[in-house]
Design a protein around this ligand. Structure first.
Ligand SMILES: Cc1cc2nc3c(=O)[nH]c(=O)nc-3n(C[C@H](O)[C@H](O)[C@H](O)COP(=O)(O)OP(=O)(O)OC[C@H]3O[C@@H](n4cnc5c(N)ncnc54)[C@H](O)[C@@H]3O)c2cc1C
Length: 461
């Protein structure tokens, strides 16, 4: 049998699964996807796509409500039509899922809309049907972690997946957890008009992120009226008649109308037959994989959140594609997690790529760094904002760009220049000699590169 006639079975139709299916189909394989909750996965239906759609609305609100500073006379504060907002979000997510279904159908990928499980290293079983394959990819994703004393009821005590069933914007929202998801929703609901209390067990919000960026966002949150409780670990959340009370470990209580729990994710690997088929899980239940997505069992691959690597759609999709290239005999580069560009969609956004300040400070990486506040950028002044910066890391001596942090509106778009520089091993000098538009925020990227150019005495004439 030629490689192009191989059979591939995929468990899970999120970005890890459906992107892999597209690659396998492109390479001529016979592909079946088994998915229980809808193509696009949690990414499209409940997590990434809905949250970013909500944040688009919250950003528009922020702009509208400060439009007077730009010389626009309005009739007062803009408010949200919650029904229309949530309807738009769920419609958009379902449409995106349908687009993916159509694309898979066009590529002749078979889809079984059922829960499935691994029967043996070459078989997935779903609703009594056995799908035999030469290679299997597991991409079952992850679910919100639930605290024992804070069980969501879908009305007042919520995971982020239940927000879009609300009929109102919470009047008084308590967000438990100050990681990426907590910070994004806390900022968004603040802009949408909720009173927001952010409960953080650590000394600051976004404890895993660049400290300069996290401090800036916390400062912006506080200035805009958010209550941020540091060193405050939530122990229990109870529902009252018309609200919620969060009890902290030190006995303090916080009351509000709704509580959103954002305390991490657990892998969806229970009961899908991994140990029985010999697939090794780590202590947290995540599937152990190498850099080409191989599990402990030959022919069984895994991708995405169920592997617990970087929990990002872009990483899930790349792990899935790599698995297919590998099993179908294509040349493949092992995944490089150190090159992943990521964004926290707060306002302003925080985008990062490459080495971190933490690694530099810990002496794990030797790097020079330079930070340029956006307040000096002409375009930022014209648009009326001043919170943000561009930080670049370079290798001492060679000047090669090692990474960067951008805090700015649409930093998610701006970070690409740093990613390209890093990927292509460009030096600060080469980046500095690249034309940026004047006026533009990307001008700050070339400007900070200029500040990092190294001159030897001989080069100064
Ligand atoms: C609030 C939030 C916002 C996010 N925003 C971003 C962002 O802006 N950018 C970004 O890159 N990432 C973002 N992420 C992360 C991103 O959503 C995940 O990394 C991504 O969904 C992982 O893809 P996946 O394919 O591994 O899993 P999923 O998207 O979870 O898909 C898994 C699929 O497997 C199916 N499945 C599970 N078990 C079975 C079974 N037994 N049988 C059949 N099917 C099964 C499920 O139905 C689901 O369709 C966000 C996450 C959250 C929580």
């Amino acid at each position: 049998m030629s490689l192009s006639q191989q059979k591939i079975a995929i468990l899970g139709g999120g970005p890890g699964g459906y992107e892999a299916a597209l690659v396998a189909a492109q390479l001529g394989a016979d592909v079946t996807v088994v998915d229980s909750d809808g193509l696009g996965g949690a990414c499209v239906l409940t997590d990434c796509v809905p949250s970013k759609s909500l944040i688009e609305t919250s950003n528009a609100m922020t702009l509208l409500n400060r439009s007077d500073t730009l010389g626009i006379a309005t009739g007062g504060l803009a408010t949200v039509n919650a029904a229309r907002l949530y309807h738009r979000i769920t419609d958009l997510a379902r449409a995106q899922s349908r687009d993916i279904a159509a694309r898979l159908a066009a590529e002749k990928v078979k889809v079984i809309p059922q829960a499935g499980q691994l029967k043996d290293p070459h078989t997935i079983e779903a609703a009594g049907e056995s799908v035999h394959a030469d290679a299997i990819l597991i991409a079952t994703g992850a679910s919100p972690r639930i605290l024992p004393g804070a069980v969501p009821d879908g009305e007042r005590i919520l995971t982020w997946r239940q927000l879009y069933d609300l009929t109102e914007v919470p009047r008084d929202l308590i967000v438990v957890g100050s990681g990426v998801t907590g910070a994004e929703f806390a900022g968004a609901y603040l802009a949408l008009g909720s009173r927001v209390t952010l409960v953080s067990s650590r000394d600051r919000v976004l404890p895993q992120e660049d400290e300069d960026a996290a401090n800036l966002i916390e400062d912006v949150f506080r200035r805009r009226g958010m209550t941020v409780l540091g060193h405050s670990r939530a122990q229990a959340v109870r529902r009252s008649q018309d609200g919620v009370t969060v009890t902290l470990e030190d006995g303090r209580t916080v009351s509000g109308s709704h509580c959103l729990l954002t305390v991490g994710m657990v892998p969806r690997t229970d009961g899908i037959g991994c140990p029985e088929a010999g697939v090794t899980l780590d202590r947290g239940g995540f599937i152990e994989v190498d850099r080409v997505s191989r599990t402990s069992v030959p022919g069984v691959y895994a991708a995405g959140d169920c592997t617990g690597k970087l929990m990002l759609a872009s990483v899930a999709a790349m792990q899935g594609r790599i698995a297919m290239w590998h099993t179908l005999g294509e040349a493949v580069h092992p995944i490089r997690l150190g090159h992943v560009a990521a964004t926290i969609f707060t306002d302003p956004e925080i985008a990062t790529v490459g080495v971190s300040q933490r690694a530099v400070d810990a002496g794990e990486v030797v790097a020079r760094s330079q930070k340029l506040p956006l307040a000096t950028n002409a375009r930022a002044k014209m648009a009326g904002f001043r919170d943000g910066f561009v930080k670049l890391f370079t290798s001492p001596g060679t000047g090669v760009v090692l990474g960067g942090v951008i805090v700015a509106p649409r930093a998610s778009e701006l970070i690409l220049s740093v990613s390209v520089a890093m990927e292509q091993r460009l030096t600060a000098e080469e980046l500095a000699q690249t034309f940026a538009v004047y006026p533009s925020l990307s001008g700050s990227v070339t400007e900070v590169a200029r500040e990092l150019m190294e001159f030897t005495p001989d080069s100064i004439v």
